[in-house]
Write a protein that binds this ligand. Sequence first.
Ligand SMILES: Cc1ncc(COP(=O)(O)O)c(C=O)c1O
Length: 421
Amino acid sequence: MNKTKLALMGGVPAVSIPAPGWPISGELEVAWMEGVVRSGQWSWLGPHERAFCSEFAQFIGCRYALLLCNGTVTLQCALQAVGVKPGEEVIVPALTWVATLQAALDIGARAVVVDIDRETYCLDPKAAEKAITSRTKAIIPVHLYGCMADMDAITSLAKKYSLKIVEDVAHQHGSRWKNKGAGSLGDAGSFSFQQSKVLTCGEGGAITCNEEEVYQKAFCLKHVGWKPDLATPGNHYGHNYRMTEMQAVLLRGGLRRLPEHLKIREENAARLAEGMKKLNGPVRTARRDERVTRQSYYALTLHYDQKKALGLLRNQYLAALAAEGFPLGTPYLPVYRHPLLNLYDETSPVPYREKEGIQKYRELLLPVTEQVVEKEGLVLMHQHLLGPKEYLDQLLLAMAKVNDNLTRVKNYFQKIKGEEK
Ligand SMILES: Cc1ncc(COP(=O)(O)O)c(C=O)c1O
């Protein structure tokens, strides 16, 4: 039992080793960047962009990869490229970043929000099946935080009902389902390279696919209607969603480090899982599905059990842990009630579809999503999984310290509440 004074109450924090920083860059990018600046070719499929596209396609295990300016327009273009038309329905999970829902809405599709799986926090295939209608055209499994969506079940749904799959891989560059890369398992994959992601160039995104037709169409959509030969107009209504050569340089550098980072994060995630199991406290890691042959972590997915914490609220537990230097976070809010998604603002495309009564987002209350968001869900961001073993051991010590003092933490918050009255 660790009865040393909690940091929450003025004691010494258990974690003294600084948390690893993010993003990371190397000298190679600096040298390449200088070359790009001097070259004057800053955009329009320069040598680094071309090289990265083939390196990334090889890394994911698909035929094509193309770069766009963020991981929201990648979703839009991917949906359009696989053939989603305005008015058709697209199934999205309730727990994801707002962009997933927004991308479907912005191309005029009807986004149908469904509940998530209690263990992985990813789209629940059973809930998805119940939501399928004659107008359903596509499904977007989001591989969220540190678990993949059940791609066997989702692939069978897609086959059974002739649906297109657009994987949202914004969180999991390098994950593999039965040895196949996330992003190559459906009709198209959508990646984000925004600054917090495990492969980043500040802002950016990629679409991956195997079909030439999907590639050609996605290219036209992001390159103002040009075909990939940059000389022939395609026959799609395109936009300028291009990326710059400077960003491609950062991605090429990051991709060289990624395999090693993936390995370190997987080892450290296993170390934390084992450590938390031994502690047998209120926090545990999500179970690893053995069909996931490589797990990439945007964050480690965790579960909080309030009963095991003697009734301590999740935020109180988190505050005690954060004071010790172990910064756990909570998941996104449900996409149907996220404050950033002003679905009922007059500039939103939603009210027009709402008249037809598809789904009243504001009234949705999906039970598993609510339970996870309000009570059970926790995440540890990926950079912590790059720390040295000593750092991870200190995180576990911090957790052990809080677990050994749950009653004290509870009393501390009760006292504060009493004083506030
Ligand atoms: C699951 C998910 N999908 C899509 C996106 C959108 O990516 P971007 O921020 O690059 O537009 C994000 C970004 O955080 C995300 O987390």
